[in-house]
Design a protein around this ligand. Structure first.
Ligand code: SF4
Length: 268
């Protein structure tokens, strides 16, 4: 895999999800076509020129050295560190990415810092080794469908949905906290599906975050999209209440928006 070096790694995020963040890879082989906001930004800031360049990720070769310098500097300010905003820490079939992510999580945990992660890949079973990685990390997957034909179109090189869920369930069964990002959830003109069927597969998780599909013209073309998302938000809310799952509906997804933008990934 090609590499780049960076001058800094840990940064304080201003967005809804997180506290501090790490992006230790540039690009992402999952190649989502929703579109991928991170790819759009990478193009805008001249890091990449094309989709084909984006799906050939580059590892930050000095990530662990940077962390050694930055952990002591920020440790007192950090509540948790999120991996990742602009790439995927457990990219499907990308062993070098997964190995570096594991080393980063281990290093942070050894310094007493917990992590949250989000992937469209598969979690390695070794994360259940709590002596090595600690027990208060929170592991998440993105899941907006169970339809593999949809996946081929919108997340062409990510892990199969059922394998994602299985790897998350394994971590849950081993006593770890788990969450699911149901974002960007498609409108029926992109995929007509039963939201409850998807939710039923997620009965075991600790938290669900639900959000609409942005930046896709098809969504705004769907006439009833405001009412559609409001209804989805209601279904998710009711399911979570019934199953005692914590939840958050992302800003802009329902009529009466939840303007809370902090601590979305806080877990009790
Ligand atoms: S997994 Fe995330 S970062 Fe990777 S291509 Fe898809 S949306 Fe972009």
């Amino acid at each position: 895999m090609r590499t780049i070096t960076k001058n800094t790694l840990l940064y304080k995020s201003k967005v809804e999800y997180a506290d501090f963040c790490i992006n230790h890879v540039q690009g992402c082989s999952h190649g989502c076509t929703y579109p991928c906001y991170a790819m759009m930004m990478a193009k805008r800031f001249g890091q990449i020129k094309s989709y084909n360049e984006w799906i050939k990720p580059k590892l930050v070769s000095n990530a662990l050295e940077l962390l050694d310098k930055e952990i002591p500097k920020y440790k007192d300010q950090i509540n948790f560190v999120h991996l990742c905003f602009t790439t995927d820490p457990f990219m499907y079939k990308q062993k070098e990415v997964c190995d570096l992510s594991l080393k980063i999580i281990e290093k942070l945990n050894k310094s007493g810092i917990k992590t949250t992660t989000l992937t469209k890949g598969i979690y390695p079973k070794e994360l259940s080794n709590m002596e090595k990685y600690g027990y208060n990390n929170v592991y998440g997957i993105t899941l907006v469908s169970l339809d593999e034909t949809f996946k081929k179109r919108f997340e062409p090189f990510s892990a199969p949905f059922k394998d994602r869920i299985k790897s998350l369930k394994y971590l849950h069964d081993n006593g770890l906290k788990t969450w699911v990002s149901m974002e960007p959830y498609p409108t029926p003109n992109l995929l007509d599906q039963n939201l409850l069927e998807i939710l039923d597969k997620l009965y075991f998780v600790d938290k669900i975050i639900f959000g609409k599909l942005n930046y896709n013209v098809k969504t705004s073309e769907y006439g009833d999209n405001v009412a559609f998302y409001a209804n989805c938000a209601r279904i998710v809310t009711n399911f979570c209440k019934r199953n005692k799952i914590d939840y958050h509906i992302k800003y802009g997804t329902q009529f009466r928006n939840d303007k809370t933008t902090s601590a979305v990934l806080q877990f009790n």
